[in-house]
Design a binder for this molecule. Structure first.
Ligand code: DMJ
Length: 477
């Protein structure tokens, strides 16, 4: 079924939020990466540095398309055609962030429209990332310079290691890029990463967050479904889904990893909340990052797509984690969740440290609401999503865009003056899709990359697109 931009009759509020976010970005930061809504200036200290890469445009454009905001969509396309290039700049880019936001964003736009502009741009960006893969193991470095091709890892990452959630979150984009360009090189690069991870010995069946790209040995034995680990596990399941469920190797690696995580890291609090701890060497740290809240949807999607003896357990854990993340939201006066929350005798699903109390417009909890809604049609997920919309409007909206909060436990928290590009790419998209018909981007035709850019599933007849995708009209309220 072809997506076509939505019709105005389908408007339900989240698209007004998108217009507000976009128009203010356009007014005060057009072509820059992100907006500072309070200062009404561009945000130049973002992960993309000070080059004008239009991160908000590239990240947010498919959301505009889905919502049927045609005029805004055309402005963005026009900017990409006229201005977007990584030639003649000397930016040190994160391979991971550039892949999920820029390559992923362009690929989705190509999948939606069939417009060759987006395929060319996706390939142009991916080519700039390739020098990072020139390591003895083929595990890429984290950072690459767009002009010199010099690549390196972050100084803080355990003994010169690359990071699991970064080098393990390239597969979907690189595989699709190979298929649409006919150039096998991109798939070969991520297949090499897959083989290293398949063959390496995994302590207790788990994947540590750090791997040295020169020696092929693990760094510190820290494991997490939150920061530094998260989307690696997501891409195992999704690579299998993307392949039309033929990439069995990916599904097996996913099942093995998630069974080990369920056994060694998933726990239940005294009051019955399911959560996934971090594991540091042999010690559980009873803390969940907001980032790990995506895993409610991941466990559930794993359950819904394969029947075996673990299916019910996967589904229970998925629902349980999503419920816990919702609890972390409603136990704050703002009804928005903290960056990390803990489980101890003193507290459940609450941040205890001051540096864990912020909310930066992250999407992960709403992502799980969306996936669980699609899989169960339990009305509570829409109710929870609506609570979030109201909380965002009350606390994060400003006259000139949306900001994060410095402390969700205060009645009237200070705002952080950053409108993250993922707010447009993910947060507003998932909240919009939560209230859309199932036929808008059905989960058996599309798989969402970790930045919420939908990529087509092989075998569904949208894989090699010749004509624009038509999004069916929704009659949801
Ligand atoms: C996004 O850029 C992606 O979802 C990524 O995988 C991790 N988190 C941010 C948003 O929170």
């Amino acid at each position: 079924m072809k997506p076509e931009p939505s019709k105005p009759s389908r408007r339900r509020g989240q698209d007004f939020m998108m217009e507000h976010a976009w128009h203010n970005y356009k007014l005060y930061a057009w072509g820059k990466n992100e907006l500072r809504p309070l200062s009404q200036r561009p945000h130049s200290g973002s992960i993309f540095g000070s080059y004008d890469l239009g991160a908000t445009i590239v990240d947010g454009l498919d959301t505009l398309y889905i919502m049927g905001l045609e005029k805004e969509y055309k402005e963005g396309r026009d900017w990409i055609e006229r201005k977007f290039s990584l030639d003649n700049i000397s930016a040190e880019l994160s391979v991971f962030e550039t892949n999920i936001r820029f390559v992923g964003g362009m690929l989705t736009l190509y999948a939606f429209t069939g417009d060759p502009l987006y395929k060319e741009k996706a390939q142009h960006i991916a080519d700039k990332l390739l020098p990072a893969f020139q390591t003895p193991t083929g595990i890429p470095y984290a950072l690459v310079n767009t002009k010199t091709g010099m690549a390196k890892n972050y100084g803080w990452a355990s003994g010169g290691s690359s990071i699991l959630s970064e080098f393990g979150t390239l597969h979907l984009e690189f595989a699709y890029l190979s298929d649409i360009t006919g150039n096998p090189l991109y798939r070969e690069r991520v297949q090499t990463i897959r083989q290293v991870l398949k063959e390496i010995e995994k302590p207790k069946g788990l994947y540590p967050n750090f791997l040295n790209p020169k020696t092929g040995k693990w760094g510190q034995l820290h494991m997490s479904l939150g920061a530094l680990g998260d989307s690696y596990y997501e891409y195992l399941l999704k690579a299998w889904l993307q392949s039309g469920q033929t990439d069995e190797e990916a599904r097996e690696m996913y099942d093995e990893a998630m069974l080990a995580i369920m056994d060694k890291m998933v726990r239940t609090s005294p009051n019955g909340l399911t959560y996934v701890s971090d594991l540091k060497f042999d010690r559980l740290e009873h803390k969940m990052d907001h980032l790990a809240c995506f895993s409610g949807g991941l466990f559930a999607l794993g359950a819904a797509t394969r029947q075996n003896e673990h299916t019910d357990k996967y589904m229970d854990v998925g629902k349980g984690i999503t419920n816990t993340c919702h609890e972390s939201y409603i136990r704050t006066p703002t009804q928005l969740g903290p960056e990390a929350f803990r489980f101890s005798d003193a507290a459940e699903a609450r941040a205890l440290r001051s540096q864990e109390k912020y909310y930066i417009l992250r999407p992960e909890t709403f992502e799980s609401y969306f996936v669980l809604w699609r899989l169960t049609h339990d009305q509570k997920y829409r109710d929870w999503g609506w609570e979030a919309v109201l909380a965002l409007e009350k606390h994060c909206r400003t006259a000139h865009g949306y900001c994060g909060l410095r402390n969700v436990y205060q009645q009237e928290p200070q705002k952080d003056d950053v409108q993250q590009s993922f707010f447009l790419a993910e947060t507003l998209k998932y909240l919009y899709l939560l209230f859309s018909d199932d036929s808008v981007l059905p989960l058996d035709e599309w798989v969402f990359n970790t930045e919420a850019h939908p990529l087509p599933i092989k075998g569904a007849n949208i894989y090699y697109r010749q004509a624009p995708v038509t999004l069916p009209a929704s009659n949801a309220s």
